[in-house]
Design a protein around this ligand. Structure first.
Ligand code: BES
Ligand code: MN
Ligand code: ZN
Length: 500
């Protein structure tokens, strides 16, 4: 992992070293522990704030080098805005923006987890620590001549808190989730010559170390299952496809119905014979962001020993043009027995998911099934990079996902499904076709998926806009976002996990 920042907790009484970060809100006052550390320096801060017109607004900071009388190299007074209205998502961002100010050379950092109103609660401290790690992540594995801006932060960040044990306890599961996000980002960022289906499957199998059961299906195994749609996409590539099924049994009973997550893992999408234009085609290395999220999520659940049974299933292929590639006009038979006429070989994600969704529903009869896929360019036209598209046959699941999205900041926006749209994918020659017109492109894609979920409560998240290539944010500067890991971990924790 390209993540060299270390976060630890120390008591308020610890002597700060290196860079000191303290927090204030729009009152420009400080909490008691912070005042103790600042001592007489508070007056200087007041004058500096006036000169710099620092008003404690969210995201703003006063930056003072070598403050006289303090045994530190640099003091950052970070504003949080109105302290009363801060939510968990805001604390994550506070962690992220604090890190953004540090330089690669800043090795020791102390951050006092206190607002004017007093010490932050353990959950708030954990959120700040999460934000720190999320923001510090850099994907620079392939830079051999690191410039300053590429250098990863190698800081030891000590967060000073009222209760070290409580902070550690709160951060432990959050830290596992952050690891999951970084794993997902890493997979999305990796180049496609390195991360092809077999290699992706190998990395997913690393979850075995955490007690996850990992089953890898090769081409012969998928032929046996009659996964004609997934294999049709894969057949034009020199790299064989794989399906990986990961299982975490954390519920009290092994027979508890699992929750299930399904990911699109197109390790590279050229479009196939319906080849894509050259512009930005390199971005299609990220067409496995859905599968990456499922791996990251399974890591998070297993590492924090979530009290739930969970299944993660990912379809890994490469969509290439080749003498053996599938053609527009081909008709494939899915594992379900339903047939699909290929109209456009670039509408490949739904073909992969059709078989993996069907397999997961049949084999595991899950409580619900959520798939994640960088499925359509049309979802970016509709929602941009802020919200993922949510399509579902179940209102309760949709509401829960929406709430988890608001809590984590990984937001979803529900889109329609309906029989009128469904008609658009009827085919002259087969049970359905894999592409309809441009209009409602994300919806007709979701309609096809729905034909492979039966009665299972199901939600589809179209993450083409959110999973990769979104603008840098307070908590991510890398290309892959790891979108979905925090969202789905929160969903599981809030609604599907036995309370401890
Ligand atoms: N992987 C793409 C969707 C995509 C596009 C994701 C841009 C991220 C950024 C998907 O396989 C695809 O090519 N979809 C087509 C479907 C069409 C041919 C019906 C699309 O969206 O244009
Ligand atoms: Mn495609
Ligand atoms: Zn694709």
């Amino acid at each position: 992992m390209t993540d060299a920042v270390k976060v630890g907790f120390v008591p308020f009484s610890a002597q700060p070293r290196g860079v000191l970060v303290v927090f204030t809100d729009e009152t420009l006052r400080f909490g008691p522990a912070t005042r103790k550390v600042l001592g007489g320096y508070e007056d200087t801060i007041k004058r500096a704030a006036a000169t710099a017109q620092f008003k404690g607004k969210s995201g703003s900071a006063l930056d003072i080098l070598a403050p006289a009388g303090l045994k530190i190299g640099r003091l950052i007074v970070a504003g949080t805005g109105k302290a009363g209205s801060l939510k968990e998502e805001d604390y994550i961002k506070i962690g992220g923006t604090s890190v953004a100010r540090l330089k690669a050379g800043n090795e020791a950092v102390t951050m006092i987890a206190e607002l004017p109103g007093g010490p932050l609660k353990p959950d708030q401290v954990a959120a700040i620590a999460a934000g720190i790690r999320l923001r510090a992540y850099k994907f620079n594995r392939y830079k051999t001549k690191a410039k300053d801006e590429d250098a990863a932060l190698k800081a030891q960040i000590s967060i000073a808190v009222a209760d070290v044990a409580a902070a550690k306890k709160a951060f432990s599961p959050t830290n596992n989730v952050v690891d999951g996000v970084l794993i997902a980002r890493e997979l999305v960022n990796e180049p496609p010559n390195v991360l092809y289906p077999v290699e992706f499957a190998r990395r997913a199998a690393l979850l075995r170390k955490l007690g996850v059961q990992v089953e890898i299906f090769d081409v012969a195994a998928m032929k046996k299952l009659k996964m004609g749609a997934l294999l049709g996409v894969s057949q034009g590539s020199a790299h064989d496809g794989r399906m990986v099924v990961m299982r975490w049994n954390g519920a009290a009973s092994k027979t508890d119905k699992p929750v299930a997550f399904v990911g699109k893992g197109v390790c590279f999408d050229t479009g196939g014979i319906s080849i894509k234009p050259a512009g930005s085609m390199e971005d299609m290395k990220g067409d496995m962001a859905g599968a990456a999220c499922v791996v990251g999520l399974m890591h998070a659940l297993a590492a924090r020993k979530a009290k739930v049974n969970a299944v993660g299933a990912i379809g890994l292929v490469e969509n290439m043009p080749d003498g053996n590639a599938q053609r527009p006009g081909d008709i494939v038979t899915t594992m379900s027995g339903q047939t699909i006429e290929i109209i456009n070989t670039d509408a490949e994600g739904r073909l992969v998911l059709a078989d993996v969704l069907w397999y997961t529903a049949q084999k595991y009869n899950p409580k619900f099934m959520i798939d994640l896929a960088t499925l359509t360019g049309a979802i970016m036209v509709a929602l941009g990079t802020e919200y993922a598209g949510l399509f579902s046959n179940n209102d309760q699941l949709s509401e829960r996902l929406t709430k988890a999205g608001q809590a984590t900041g990984e937001r979803v926006w529900r889109m329609p499904l309906g029989p009128e749209y469904d008609k658009q994918i009827d085919s002259k020659f087969a049970d359905m076709k894999n592409a309809a017109g441009r209009n409602g492109g994300s919806i007709t894609a979701a309609q096809l998926l729905q034909r492979f979920v039966g009665d299972t409560p199901w939600a589809h998240l179209d993450i083409a806009g959110t999973g990769m290539g979104a603008p840098a944010s307070d908590i991510n500067t890398s290309w892959g976002s790891g979108y979905g890991v925090r969202l789905l971990d929160q969903l599981v924790a809030d609604y599907y996990e036995a309370k401890r």
